[in-house]
Design a protein around this ligand. Structure first.
Ligand code: G6P
Ligand code: MG
Length: 219
């Protein structure tokens, strides 16, 4: 194990909840049903793909221009929410893990589909822990495709088989596994069935747990 590649929303901080609230607000404005179950499908998926899924609940059709306006509306609302993020919003155990990884000389990267990722890392004051932040504007295939995790590994100069990926979404776990990496899922086992290691909370993540689980799989 030489590198750890992190998802952002729902792993480093709970912005997954803000994405949910912003999509819910947009859906309600359009008179569309929207709940937490449906929201699970949007996790890890790009803004425009998420919008397409939300609009699939609608009988009507929307022009490309209308779609761009709706996506901008959702993002504007989301941005008012993340403007309030502070270091206190780091999920439990995350900063401790980032410190441990750095002290042990492991490499770290961020593989988030969010165009707001750098802004959020700055607000959380943890950007300096990352050796590379994948520029999502250059990614052609979103999660569950492995491209974003493979790009992170290539930028770090580490073989995918020596990387651990951490995710809270099913599409993300699939992306990590398709990249040939060790997949850590944060959440409930039902959502994370294929993950190599599942933790109920980020609080449980530590360098020693990652290392021992990684070695066990290799044996
Ligand atoms: C992450 C989140 C998704 C979000 C996507 C795009 O993958 O899990 O819920 O839709 O990023 O985020 P953005 O901030 O660019 O709209
Ligand atoms: Mg996520």
């Amino acid at each position: 194990m030489r590198a750890v590649i992190f998802d952002l929303d729902g792993v480093i901080t709970d912005t997954a909840e803000y994405h949910y609230l912003a999509w819910k607000s947009l859906a309600e404005e359009l008179g569309l049903p929207f709940n937490k179950d449906f929201n699970e499908k949007l996790k890890g998926i790009s803004r425009m793909e998420s919008l397409e899924l939300v609009l699939s609940l609608d009988q009507g059709s929307y022009s490309e221009e209308q779609k761009l306006q709706l996506a901008a509306k959702k993002n504007d609302l989301y941005k008012t929410m993340i403007a309030q993020v502070t270091p206190a919003d780091l999920l439990p155990g995350i900063e401790k893990l980032l410190k441990e990884l750095k002290e042990a000389g492991l490499l770290t990267a961020l593989a988030s589909a969010s165009k707001n990722a750098s802004f959020i890392l700055d607000r959380l004051e943890v950007a300096h822990y990352f050796d590379h932040i994948v520029d999502v504007a250059l990614i052609r295939q979103g999660k569950p495709d492995p491209e974003i995790f493979l790009t992170a590994a290539a930028k770090l100069g580490v073989a995918p088989a020596d990387c651990v990926g951490i995710e809270d979404a099913e599409a993300g776990i699939q992306s990590i596994l398709a990249a040939g990496m060790f997949a850590v899922g944060v959440g409930t086992p039902a959502k994370m069935q294929q993950a190599d290691l599942i933790v109920s909370s980020t609080e449980r993540l530590s360098l020693s747990l990652l290392q021992s689980s990684f070695i066990k799989k290799a044996l």
